[in-house]
Write a protein that binds this ligand. Structure first.
Ligand code: AHM
Ligand code: MG
Length: 357
């Protein structure tokens, strides 16, 4: 590349920004085609989520230089997992970003046993934010990508006893969902039920700027993303699928240990991410309300699919706040391929049962 090529590249980058510097808040209002109270709320909610993302991104970019970014706190969370300092920080960042906003009545996260209710001396809103503050946090200490996942639901009833019972509903009840990926750049992907849109944080502007609209996932892609270290803990059908992709050309494995990163690759390039049940965790590892349901919502909006293997993921209502589900998510054809192995094993099991009777 000669110097005039690189100059024209830089110029075209600047022109791209000059031409259409759509921010997150403006995008939400434009997509809802309204300036009414609900559209204003949704726009403000997304702006606050963006603010939390910027604060987390800033701390991650200095991890190793500032106190409290690497390592563990010494505590165990409600999931029985060791809490990392970044988990705690990011959890509190979301609370701080929403406490005085007047937008939410409570926040529920993977890191808190019970939802956090906005105190009575603060303005209380109608929405609930559900979130995984740092997804894939084991990646933080080795400077690899992590993410935050979020979902917005409306409060149903008044929840006077603070049980959060009304949150135990299926994924169709989500009003919006998305994630922030902290990678080489910080990317926010969201949907309010009107397509999937991608914003990139420009650190010099301190703004998320629109990068792609109405993203659609390819019908099929080469990537399968699953922790094959659990191979002998899976049911036979998953082993059948894995053997199939090993033996057929056109498949390649990618697994980063952070769901958001693996999901993001698949959203752009097609393929399938799988976290199945294991012997140790028959429901898998991923939490329905904070991880699987928000990503399933996005995936369906992008034209893909999400399944537990036997049911559409968005149809599942959890029986408690921190419930887990197996997750098969990605391109239409690739999810169907995984399901076909599950159906085949179920059919064989039925036949064997019939023979024994
Ligand atoms: P976390 O939210 O506590 O970090 O756990 C979720 C993460 C996902 O990001 C990732 O896909 C998965 O756990 C990896 O688990 P495993 O190490 O069992 O493959
Ligand atoms: Mg997680």
């Amino acid at each position: 590349m000669n110097s005039s090529d690189s100059t024209s590249l830089e110029l075209s980058y600047d022109f791209a920004l000059d031409r259409d510097c759509t921010t997150l808040s403006r995008h939400v209002l434009e997509h809802l085609q309204s300036f009414g109270p609900e559209a204003q709320d949704m726009s403000a909610l997304m702006t606050r989520i963006g603010l939390a993302g910027k604060l987390i991104s800033r701390r991650l970019s200095r991890a190793g230089l500032v106190e409290g970014a690497l390592g563990f706190t010494g505590d165990i969370n409600v999931q029985g997992e060791e809490v990392k300092k970044m988990d705690l920080y990011a959890n509190e960042v979301f609370i701080a970003a929403f406490k005085q906003s007047g937008l939410v009545c409570r926040l529920a996260s993977e890191e808190m046993e019970k939802p956090y209710y906005i105190p009575e001396n603060c303005p209380i809103g109608r929405y609930t934010l559900l979130y995984d503050p740092i997804d894939g946090s084991s990646n933080v200490d080795v400077n690899l990508n992590v993410g935050s996942i979020f979902s917005i639901r409306q409060q149903v009833g008044n929840d006077p006893d603070h049980t959060g019972q009304d949150l135990l509903q299926d994924g169709h009840q989500q009003l919006a969902a998305g994630y922030i990926l902290y990678g080489p750049s910080t990317v926010l992907v969201y949907s309010i039920g009107k397509g999937v849109h991608v914003f990139i944080l420009d650190p010099s502007l301190g703004e998320f700027i629109l990068a792609a609209e109405n993203l659609t996932i390819p019908k099929h892609g080469p990537v399968y993303s699953v922790n094959e270290g659990n191979f002998w803990q899976w049911e036979d059908a998953l082993r059948d699928f894995t053997r199939y992709v090993h033996r057929h050309e056109g498949h390649t494995a990618r697994y980063s240990g952070a769901l958001v990163g693996d999901f993001h690759r698949i959203l752009f390039q097609g393929g399938v991410f799988i976290y199945p049940g294991t012997l140790k965790n028959p429901e898998g590892k991923l939490r329905l309300l904070y991880e699987s349901a928000p990503l399933a919502y996005l995936m369906e909006q992008a034209g893909g699919r999400a399944s537990t293997g036997s049911q559409t993921l968005l149809d599942i209502a959890p029986d408690h706040l921190h419930a887990r589900t197996p997750l098969i998510i990605g391109s239409h054809e690739d999810v169907a391929l995984v399901e076909s192995f599950i159906e085949e094993r179920a059919r064989q099991a039925e036949e064997e049962l019939a023979l024994q009777q």
